[in-house]
Design a protein around this ligand. Structure first.
Ligand SMILES: *[C@@H]1O[C@H](CO)[C@@H](O)[C@H](O)[C@H]1NC(C)=O
Ligand SMILES: *[C@@H]1O[C@H](CO)[C@@H](O)[C@H](O)[C@H]1NC(C)=O
Length: 252
């Protein structure tokens, strides 16, 4: 009996490994240049709320192929347009938020981290930096507060980079049945200035997958969820990310 209990963690680890292996086997890395997002019809596809089956559309455009080598900082800045605030979910080691803060483009950057280990590590080095706010907790729960805090400092559109999901190691959220992505989308799309925000969901190659015992929504489920709140939403898939403008065409 005791031996069986000792084996359990090993079995769980093996299951996670095989999940990852199964998925990795499906992915064919595609190397793209840093500037791939600049009007490259070969690597981007757009749709809106009237599009019948975005999952199928993206599949035709090889959405499950990992696009490696993209400079995500440059991509986020490009998508930010003239927005002066940024919120990231999934601080991880803090490298991304640090780089984005250092560009000086934003009056306020904020990041939310669920793992207490990562949060205290990053807070120890970046905590208290002017123009940078770190939040600890589940982004599905904390994001409304971060949006309200941001709106009180920078009233207007925010670029929201959604990258929170369990991925082994010391990352948090292992017991969740799904990543917080749909809850996060709800928070953004029901907040003040919702129509001026732009959301970027990272890791779209995982959408529709079952990974580490979590169900990722399909692109079609994301579209339906978003369009229930914002029927004028506009979507663009590029660089393994799904960018969503929530409805004000002049803010694209
Ligand atoms: C990524 O893009 C940013 C913003 O355009 C730029 O400052 C940075 O040097 C780039 N990094 C790399 C590794 O190319
Ligand atoms: C984060 O860092 C700030 C600034 O150093 C500090 O005041 C704060 O107590 C830290 N927060 C936590 C939860 O450790």
């Amino acid at each position: 009996m005791r031996a069986a209990w000792l084996l359990l963690p090993l079995l769980l680890l093996a299951a996670e490994r095989s999940d990852a292996a199964r998925l990795a086997g499906k992915l064919k890395p595609v190397f793209v240049k840093d500037t791939a997002w600049e009007n490259n019809p070969a690597t981007s596809v757009s749709f809106d709320c009237s599009t019948a089956d975005p999952t199928q559309l993206l599949r035709m455009h090889h959405f499950n192929q990992a696009q490696v080598g993209v400079n995500k900082t440059g991509f986020i800045l490009h998508r930010a347009g003239s927005r002066q605030a940024l919120i990231e979910t999934g601080t991880n080691d803090g490298r991304n938020i640090k780089k984005l803060h250092e560009t000086g483009v934003f009056r306020l950057v904020s990041s939310i981290e669920f793992s207490p280990v990562y949060f205290s590590r990053v807070n120890a080095t970046l905590g208290g930096t002017p123009g940078l706010r770190l939040y600890s907790g589940d982004s599905g729960v904390v994001l409304p507060r971060a949006l309200a805090d941001t709106a009180s400092v920078v009233p207007g559109g925010v670029v929201v980079w959604l990258d929170a999901h369990y991925s082994l190691g010391k990352t948090a959220g292992a017991t969740q049945k799904e990543p917080p992505i749909l809850k996060e989308a709800t928070a953004v799309l029901t907040s003040e200035f919702a129509r001026d925000h732009v959301l970027i969901m990272d890791d779209v190659r995982l959408f529709g997958a079952y990974l580490y015992r979590q169900n990722y929504p399909t692109p079609t489920q994301v579209q339906q969820h978003v369009c229930r709140m914002q029927p004028q939403a506009y979507f663009c898939y590029e660089n393994d990310a799904l960018t969503i403008w929530s409805g004000n065409p002049s803010r694209r």
